[in-house]
Design a protein around this ligand. Structure first.
Ligand SMILES: Cc1cc2nc3c(=O)[nH]c(=O)nc-3n(C[C@H](O)[C@H](O)[C@H](O)COP(=O)(O)O)c2cc1C
Length: 208
C-alpha cells in the first residue's frame, strides 16, 4: 500500500476553496487507486515547532559538515520529526491559498523546518544544490481570490506558485501536476468557474 500525504495550508476548514479542490482530487484519486492510503497534514493545527536560534545554528553547523551541539539537538530532532513525516509518504498533494501574493506563513515555516542539508538537499561548491526527494510525484492546488495570471499588476503579483513550484524543483520533484482556481472578478461566472475547477481537480486526481 502506498501513501499520499495531503499537506493543507488553509485554516478555513469547510469554507476553504483549496480544500474543496483537494477533496475533489482525493475523491477521484481514491476511486482510481483504492489501495492508496491518504494522510492529512494540517499545517494550521498548531503543532509545527518553531525554527529559531538553536535550530538555525544547528543547520549552519550541519551545512558546514559538523554536528548540532547538545544544546541545539532538541530543536534539530523536532525538525527531523517533521521531515520524517514528510519523507515517509510516497506522493504528495499540497493545497496552497495565495496570501499576500505569497504562501501562508505556516507553509513557509514547514519548508524552513524540513529543508535541511542531507534531508531535502545536498550541496557542493562545484555542483551547487541537489534535490534529494526524488522519484516521487506531487500535485498542487493553487487558489487566489484576486490575482489571475495575465491580469495587470493592480491585481497583484505571483510569488505564490512561483515560490512553491521552485521549492518543489529545489527539493527534487520533477513530476508535478497543478490545478489552479484563480477566479476572474470581472465576470459573473464564479459558480460555474468553481464547478469547472472542481472538475479539473477531479480529473487530475484520477490521472495522478
Ligand atoms: C490572509 C489572506 C491573504 C490573502 N491575500 C491574497 C492575495 O494577496 N491575493 C489574492 O489574490 N488573494 C488573496 N487572498 C484570498 C485567498 O487567496 C482566497 O480567498 C483563497 O480562496 C483562500 O484559500 P482557501 O479558501 O483555501 O482558504 C488572501 C486571503 C487571506 C485570508
Amino acid at each position: 500500500m502506498s501513501t499520499l500525504l495531503h499537506v493543507s495550508a488553509s485554516p478555513r476548514g469547510t469554507s476553504s476553496d483549496s480544500r474543496a479542490l483537494a477533496g475533489a482530487f482525493l475523491d477521484s484519486h481514491r476511486r482510481a487507486k483504492p489501495d492508496v492510503m491518504v494522510e492529512e497534514l494540517d499545517l494550521f493545527d498548531g503543532k509545527l515547532p518553531t525554527f529559531g536560534r538553536l535550530a538555525a545554528q544547528a543547520k549552519v553547523a550541519v551545512f558546514g559538515g559538523g554536528q548540532p551541539s547538545a544544546e541545539q539537538q532538541g530543536e534539530w530532532d523536532a525538525a527531523r520529526a517533521v521531515f520524517d513525516r514528510f519523507a515517509a509518504a510516497d506522493a504528495y498533494l499540497f493545497s496552497v491559498p495565495m496570501w499576500n501574493a505569497g504562501v501562508p506563513y505556516v507553509l513557509k515555516q514547514w519548508i524552513d523546518i524540513i529543508t535541511q542539508p542531507g534531508w531535502v538537499f545536498g550541496f557542493t561548491p562545484e555542483a551547487g544544490y541537489t534535490g534529494l526527494i526524488t522519484g516521487k510525484k506531487a500535485a498542487v492546488v493553487y487558489v487566489s481570490g484576486v490575482y489571475q495570471p495575465g491580469a495587470s499588476l493592480a491585481y497583484g503579483a505571483d510569488f505564490h506558485s512561483t515560490f512553491f513550484n521552485d521549492w518543489l524543483r529545489f527539493a527534487g520533484f520533477t513530476d508535478v501536476a497543478e490545478v489552479r482556481w484563480q477566479p476572474d472578478l470581472l465576470t459573473a461566472t464564479r459558480d460555474a468557474d468553481k464547478t469547472a475547477a472542481l472538475q479539473r481537480a477531479a480529473d487530475a486526481g484520477s490521472r495522478f
